[in-house]
Structure formats: structure tokens, C-alpha cells
Design a protein around this ligand. Structure first.
Ligand SMILES: Nc1ncnc2c1ncn2[C@@H]1O[C@H](COP(=O)(O)OP(=O)(O)OP(=O)(O)O)[C@@H](O)[C@H]1O
Ligand SMILES: [Mg+2]
Length: 599
């Protein structure tokens, strides 16, 4: 546990560590107050059961003399003194649980945001190898489990140990043997139960993240393919996959909960047996009922604190074990995030403006997708000049999207260079370069949000330039539809993945989005392939009119759309096989000729 604690501490900021130190102090103080709370009733009980103390005890006699008190006032003083300490004790307990939540939930918040930022800032190559639902699950399930189950558990163990230790010493002073027996019995029974059940807890713990990982992916897959499921009426396929998993999850939770609560019943019964034994033991050695009442009341009161504390330790250890796999799953990411962000904070990022003025150049570029045997792209050389209109054509799977993703800086070549105005497109330049780009992808993402937020995607929604939104909607020729057909116009919500829009409307929205930031270089990857030929033609014309000095790079299967291109690059099996004007390729390139004929 100490090793894991040290590991976790590595993830924390100075402020979070400070909060945990303060939490430690509160926990120890709370343990002391618990003991004082129990101890405070002793004098009160003593004077109640043995009134003669009021006239024999030296301290009481001295108190009576100093404050001029009679016996009744002394009893009241002890009663209110005890009440006062118990009120403070309860207040410290409240502070303890509030501060624990405060410190722990702040750590969760920081982990949650750091992880989200970490995943958002991973290169595209990371995302093509990672299922986004696994990231979602790590953020939404594992982070909570890791923080509440490990860090919080460690502090619960610490707090409860403090309570037990102080109470143990207090009772030890009063009746050493009885205290040792009670503590030993309670501790040993929990330990015995825990060591017997440890394996089971580990087993349950391992299933928890596995369940979350599998079901997140499965449920998402099912809802994504809901049309197919309805048409094929094959929902039972998904149900059959989910049912055993969720059944096992429910069973795991029932058993885990039983493991958590069962010892409480056993140990509480045991404690009562012990208390009865103590009673009979004292009765057998003395017939003094009044001192017996004090002892019993004191032990009963102490046990009221001790038993939940021991149960708390047990539950926290179990939860700790249960949550460890979740911490393991996110630990590496959190550590990398912390190191990376701390490193970045040292340099204040200067926002330079990048002006594309000379050329995009690809030199001996080779690219292979991770875990793929085939080289997806192998380009010797080509250049794109600013202000030009470049078409990219080729059969399906030939590498057109890959080529564009490389130029966008989403993918990095395995060898060769991509140069922008003579500078290698490295990480630093990529960030600047990407601020100048507009991109309408082959499969545009639609947020379940308003039309205007979908066009501006990721911009500050309070300061949206509505005129600009209208302008780009007009260029993408979606303005009339929005203004005439949608009830709330630009404020209409389009549903998950734009389900309330047609394929062509989504594509036009995506084009408007690509143009919104007034980019210098615009990439269209099959951005108009769902549109009818006339609408497509008209949109391309309006984009060309709008583009003026901008560079436009367009992938399309519909070759006639490329008639106005300055140059068309023909890609085949990942290589640049030909280039030239539309008419030139139509005359000289067999594939181009065949593709054109198909339309
Ligand atoms: N993430 C990936 N991992 C592995 N291989 C990939 C990945 N994405 C694409 N590929 C492969 O790379 C090759 C080129 O794909 P790319 O998407 O660039 O083709 P394309 O020319 O855009 O095709 P289309 O016209 O159908 O969109 C294909 O063989 C494809 O299977
Ligand atoms: Mg493609």
C-alpha cells in the first residue's frame, strides 16, 4: 500500500499534497477527539454511580473549593463538560468528512481534466489505434474508482487507525487486559475474514474495469448500428453479448457487497459476547455493581466508536484492493500527462502567425499505418503553390485520404519530409500550420447541438459572429434550407450525429464549418459526394468564387468536379502515378479516363 501511495503522490500537485497533509492532521485530531469524547463521560458516570466520590476525591474537593460549588453543580459541570466535548467531537467528525471529500474530489477533478486534456492532445496516430469508448470509460469510470477507491481509502484507513489507536491507549490505561482482549479479538477476526476473502476481492476487482471496457464499446456499437439492428431484427445478438457480462457484474457486486458487510455482523456479535464475558468476569471477582456499570457503559460507548472504525478499515482495505486495477489502468496516462503539462508550463507559448507564402512540398514521403504491413503511401515528390486549386483522384483505397491527413499534419511520415515554405512540418510547425487550415472530412462529425454551434464547432458560444456564420452557410448553400425550413433557424438542434439532417445537408454544414475560420488552405475530402451533381457543381463554383487567393485541395470520385483544377494528382496504390490538367489526364491516363467514363 505504501508503494502505491508513493506512486499516487507522484501524480499530485504541490497544492494537492498540501491538502492531503492537512487531511492527515485532521484525521489524527479527529481520532484524539473521538477518544476524548469517550473519556469525557467517565467522570460523569463515576459521580453518578458512586456519589461518595464527590466528598472523597481530592480533585473534586479542590474544584468545589475554588469555584464554590455544591455536589449537584459538580454533577452538572461534568455532564455539560462531557456534552461540550462530544459536540466538539461531532463537529471535528463533520469537518473531517467534509474536508476528506473536498481534498479527494479536487484530486478527482484535476485527474479528470488532465486525462481529458491528455487524450485530446494525443496525435491522430494515437486515436486511430485507440477505441474512443475506452477513453470515455477511463475518464468516466476508472478515474472515479481510482481516486475514491485508492486515495480516499488510504485516508479512511489512516483516520480509523487513529481512532482505534487512541481509544486503545485510553482503554488500556483503564483496564489493560480487557482492552487487549477486545482489540485483539476484533482485529484478528477482521484480519482472518479479510485474508480468507482477499482472493475473491481481487477476482471481483479485476472484472470491474473489464466489464466497463467491454460494455462501453458494445453498447456504443449497438446504438451506432441501430438502423441495421432494426432492419435485421437482430437485437438479440447484442443482448446475448451484454447479458452474461452484466449478469456477472451484478453478481460480482452482490458478492462484493456481502463481503463488505458480513464481517460487521460477525464482529458485532463477537463484541457483544465479549462485553457479556467482561460483565461475568467482573461479577465473579467483585459484586460491586456500580463500578461494573461504569465499565460497561464506558466500553459500550467506546465500542460504538471502535467497531465502525475497525469495519471502516476493513471496508477501505477491500475497496482499495477492488480499485487498484482501475488505478493501474490510468496511472501511466496520468503520469505522462503530469510530466508533459509541467514541461509545457515552463515555456510560455508564443502565438506566432504563420503565412503560407511559398509551397507545400512532399519529399520521398513514406507512410505505413501502425500495426499494418502495407505501406499506405509512397510519394517521391510534389509541390503545391499557394492560391492553386489541386485535385486528388484515384480509385478507392488508393491513399487519397492518407495523403491529405499527412498534409494536414494529422499523420507523420515514417520517412521523408513534408515541408511548408521550406520548413519541415514538425510538431511545433504543425500547430501553427493547422491554424491556417480548413478541413471538410470524408466522414464529418456532427454534434448534437445547434446549427450555429456545429458550424463554429469549438468556438466560444457566447461571442459567435452570426454574420460570418450566415456568410459561410451561404457559400456552402445551406443558408436557404436553414432559414426557410428549420423552425429555430440557426438555433435548431440537429440531433446525435446530425440525425435530423440529410447526408447532403450534413456535408454542406461540414463545408460551412471548414470555411468558418477563413482558412488560407482548404481541404475537401469527398466533401460533396452525397450531393446531387447540380448542387455539387454550384457549391464548388461558389467556393471557387470565395477562395480568391486561397489554396484549395480537393479529393473527389466525381472527376468532372475537378475540371477547374490547376492540377490533378492521380494516386494509385499509394503512389503518385500521374499529374496534370483535367484534359491532359483524360487524354493520357487510362485510369483517369476509365474513372471519368463511369460517372
Ligand atoms: N487507420 C488505418 N489503419 C490501417 N490501415 C488504414 C487505416 N486507414 C486507412 N488504411 C488503409 O490505407 C489505405 C489507403 O486508405 P485511404 O483512406 O487513404 O484511401 P482513399 O484513397 O481515401 O479511399 P476512399 O476513396 O475509399 O476514401 C487503404 O488500403 C486502407 O485500408
Ligand atoms: Mg478517403
Amino acid at each position: 500500500m505504501i508503494t502505491e501511495y508513493k506512486k499516487v503522490v507522484k501524480l499530485l500537485t504541490k497544492r494537492e499534497k498540501r491538502r492531503l497533509y492537512f487531511l492527515t492532521i485532521i484525521k489524527i485530531f479527529s481520532g484524539i477527539m473521538d477518544t476524548l469524547g469517550v473519556a469525557s463521560i467517565a467522570p460523569f458516570l463515576a459521580v453518578l454511580s458512586k456519589p461518595e466520590i464527590l466528598d472523597n476525591n481530592v480533585i473534586i474537593l479542590r474544584l468545589k473549593e475554588i469555584f464554590d460549588l455544591n455536589n449537584q453543580s459538580i454533577i452538572f459541570c461534568f455532564a455539560f463538560g462531557s456534552l461540550f466535548i462530544i459536540i466538539i467531537n461531532q463537529f471535528v467528525r463533520l469537518l473531517n468528512s467534509w474536508y476528506e471529500k473536498y481534498a479527494i474530489k479536487n484530486i478527482w477533478w484535476s485527474f479528470h481534466c488532465k486525462l481529458f486534456k491528455f487524450y485530446l492532445t494525443r496525435p491522430y496516430s494515437f486515436h486511430i489505434q485507440t477505441n474512443s469508448k475506452n477513453l470515455l470509460e477511463k475518464l468516466q469510470v476508472e478515474t472515479s474508482l481510482a481516486v475514491d477507491g485508492t486515495i480516499a481509502s488510504i485516508y479512511q484507513i489512516l483516520g480509523n487507525i487513529a481512532t482505534c489507536v487512541f481509544l486503545f491507549f485510553f482503554l488500556l490505561v483503564i483496564y489493560p487486559i480487557v482492552s487487549i482482549v477486545i482489540f485483539f479479538a476484533a482485529g484478528a477476526s477482521y484480519w482472518l475474514i479479510f485474508s480468507r476473502l482477499k482472493k475473491k476481492i481481487n477476482e471481483y476487482a479485476e472484472f470491474q474495469p473489464l466489464f466497463a471496457e467491454k460494455t462501453f464499446v458494445l453498447i456504443d456499437r449497438a446504438f451506432q448500428s441501430i438502423k441495421d439492428i432494426i432492419i435485421k431484427n437482430n437485437h438479440t445478438f447484442y443482448l446475448n453479448l451484454l447479458t452474461p457480462l452484466s449478469k456477472k457484474y451484478a453478481k460480482t457486486n452482490i458478492n462484493y457487497n456481502a463481503i463488505l458487510i458480513a464481517p460487521k455482523a460477525i464482529v458485532e456479535t463477537l463484541a457483544y459476547v465479549l462485553l457479556l464475558s467482561v460483565t461475568f468476569y467482573f461479577l465473579s471477582i467483585s459484586a460491586n455493581f456500580s463500578s461494573l456499570v461504569i465499565i460497561l457503559a464506558l466500553y459500550a460507548f467506546a465500542l460504538q466508536r471502535i467497531l465502525p472504525a475497525v469495519q471502516g478499515i476493513y471496508q477501505a482495505i477491500s475497496l482499495y484492493k477492488f480499485s487498484l486495477p482501475s488505478l493501474d489502468r490510468i496511472y501511466k496516462d496520468l503520469l505522462s500527462a503530469k510530466e508533459e503539462f509541467e514541461e509545457k508550463n515552463k515555456f510560455i507559448e508564443k502565438k506566432k502567425k504563420f503565412n503560407f507564402s511559398d509551397k507545400i512540398e512532399l519529399l520521398n514521403v513514406e507512410f505505413k499505418y501502425p500495426n499494418s504491413k502495407e505501406t499506405a503511401l509512397r510519394i517521391k515528390h510534389f509541390e503545391i503553390k499557394p492560391g492553386s486549386f489541386i485535385g486528388i483522384a484515384g480509385k478507392t483505397g488508393s491513399g487519397k485520404t492518407t495523403l491529405v491527413d499527412l498534409m494536414l499534419g494529422l499523420l507523420t511520415p515514417n520517412s521523408g519530409k513534408i515541408m511548408i515554405d521550406g520548413n519541415i512540418l514538425n510538431d511545433e510547425l504543425t500547430k501553427l500550420w493547422q491554424t491556417q487550415l480548413g478541413y471538410a472530412p470524408q466522414f464529418p462529425f456532427m454534434a448534437d447541438d445547434t446549427i450555429k454551434n456545429n458550424i463554429t464547432l469549438g468556438e466560444d458560444t457566447d461571442h459567435l459572429d452570426i454574420e460570418k456564420i450566415r456568410e459561410v452557410a451561404k457559400i456552402a448553400q445551406i443558408d436557404e434550407f436553414i432559414e426557410n425550413n428549420l423552425p429555430k433557424k440557426y438555433d435548431t438542434i440537429i440531433g446525435e450525429n446530425g440525425i435530423k439532417l440529410s447526408g447532403g445537408q450534413r456535408q454542406r454544414l461540414s463545408i460551412a464549418r471548414a470555411l468558418f475560420k477563413d482558412p488560407d488552405i482548404i481541404f475537401f475530402d469527398e466533401a460533396t459526394n452525397s450531393l446531387d451533381v447540380l448542387t455539387e457543381k454550384s457549391i464548388i463554383e461558389s467556393v471557387i468564387k470565395y477562395k480568391k487567393n486561397k489554396t484549395l485541395i480537393m479529393i473527389t470520385h466525381r472527376l468532372p468536379t475537378l475540371q477547374n483544377c490547376d492540377e490533378i494528382l492521380m494516386i494509385n496504390k499509394g503512389t503518385l502515378v500521374d499529374r496534370g490538367s483535367y484534359d491532359f489526364l483524360k487524354k493520357n491516363n487510362q485510369t483517369f479516363f476509365e474513372l471519368e467514363k463511369e460517372i
